[in-house]
Design a protein around this ligand. Sequence first.
Ligand code: ATP
Ligand code: MG
Length: 569
Amino acid sequence: MLMSQLYAPTLREVPAEAELISHQLMLRSGMIRKSTAGVYTYLPLGLRVLHRVMDIVREEMNRADGQEIMLPIIQPAELWHETGRWEDYGAEMFKLRDRHERLFCLGPTHEEIITALIRSEVRSYRQLPLRLYQIQNKYRDEIRPRFGVMRGREFIMKDLYSFDKDEEQLQESYTAMYEAYERIFARCGLDTRPVEADSGTIGGDMTHEFMVLAESGEAQVVYCDSCSYAANVEKAEVRLPEVEGEDAAETMQAMARVDTPGVTTIEQLESFLGSKADRFVKTMLYMADEKPVAALVRGDHTLNEVKLQKHLGCTTLALADSTTIEKVTGAPVGFAGPVGLSLPIVADCAVPVVRNAVVGGNERDLHLTGVNFERDYNVDTVGDLRQAEAGDGCPRCSGTLVEAYGIEVGQVFKLGTKYSEPLNAAYLDESGRERLLLMGCYGIGVSRTVAAIIEQNHDEDGICWPVSVAPYQAVVIPINPKDETQRDAAEAIYRSLSAESVSVVLDDRNERPGVKFKDADLIGFPLRIVIGPKTLANGQVEIGIRKTKEKYTVPVDDAAQEAAKAIQR
Ligand code: ATP
Ligand code: MG
């Protein structure tokens, strides 16, 4: 490809709307252009990278016995009614009507469609396991589309669905996908960490998210500093406190009433009473399936609503409004406490061991001190309800948890019978008995992966593509293409590289060298070959490695071979 012909409109300025470095660099290097919020056009360079990633994904899916298919984007509402997800999916679903007023959606995911296909096609255990996948556009009307292709409303996903006869076969599919994901991301030049994730309302089933650790990540994760435990904070467990808390040796004081006018927050209480937040017990009021419930966590801890919802086993969970709080506690917001509260009460494990706690008094401007579990209040259940945070004990070993942010590039999920049951997808087992299919689903955000690769592979000058996904592996730059010797040498190297199946661009533009170098760095060709008058006079050309900035000269006749060698490295 000639640079003069390449449709890669690069930008010098950082586009104002782009916060994330990957978004800025994709716009600046002419990979993408925005069409409307969360919807992008891929220009040649962007599409080439996307194709490189898809090639890797496809190879690894095929290697893991996946068979590629293409499911429809337009999906009838009826199927989604069968699983109850037409309502559950909510506003994120793009819905549309045809001329006969029939309802459809643009597929945000494909469990319904594929299960409906399989239920009428697969009859026998002999046809299992079956692993089918596609690489296709997905549509989700995200509340906050942002960060370019990182969170789009139209984006590209690889989704594979596994159908197995029993738990053991499902585990094999899950492991095969998990390992394929590790290979895919490594081949894309990404450093990822699989983390345990919450399986939502399904419960019990296993799921891992593949996270690219990055400051800009939207997901919060914790991992252990000494073992391999890692989890999304929505799910992360914490090491439970000793049965006897640290302060258990302390003698129980008498419970006392303390006037705390206008003191409603933990920070205000800390300075008002001069004691630390870990001595307070926070009482938070929720509506769980429309019924009020109180949840207790230690003052310095954060309640995790995902854990709370799971613990309560409720379908809906929301903070109670101030009217409800006044009604059930008898006090305005900020003074709720467990003593004398006649509501279901659940407590985080760290709460019962707090000796001589400070709690709300259920009266305006009143707190209670010297409050002790069992003597002064009781709870219905105790469980792991709080958010894990840096410094917490690892639940698996004696290590300590560290906090980080992650970009979720993929997720693997054991679904079990979640979809085969409502959609009645069954097969006949060895003894002719009808059994439900066990399913798994496995997604990779292909377009998000491209952005994540840039997040991890760039410097102040632009993108540093790993060779495996680079739009072109090399660029050949004659300093002055009007000079015949330089031009001839450049063209010869360009032709030999092409012959060696290296994807290469010849920068034939009559631009200043500075402009060419800047563009080359911005676009991020892993390798550049510069043909300049000084080196050429000695029969040499310069090879430069984008990522390490390493430069060395080689004889002009060996240039193509040397460059191809450098690319293999
Ligand atoms: P998120 O929590 O980031 O919204 P998700 O859990 O809803 O993602 P999945 O349904 O698991 O996403 O989809 C599989 C993969 O598709 C994700 O791991 C992610 O890489 C990608 N993905 C999901 N939503 C988007 C989006 N709006 N834009 C780009 N990629 C996305
Ligand atoms: Mg996910």
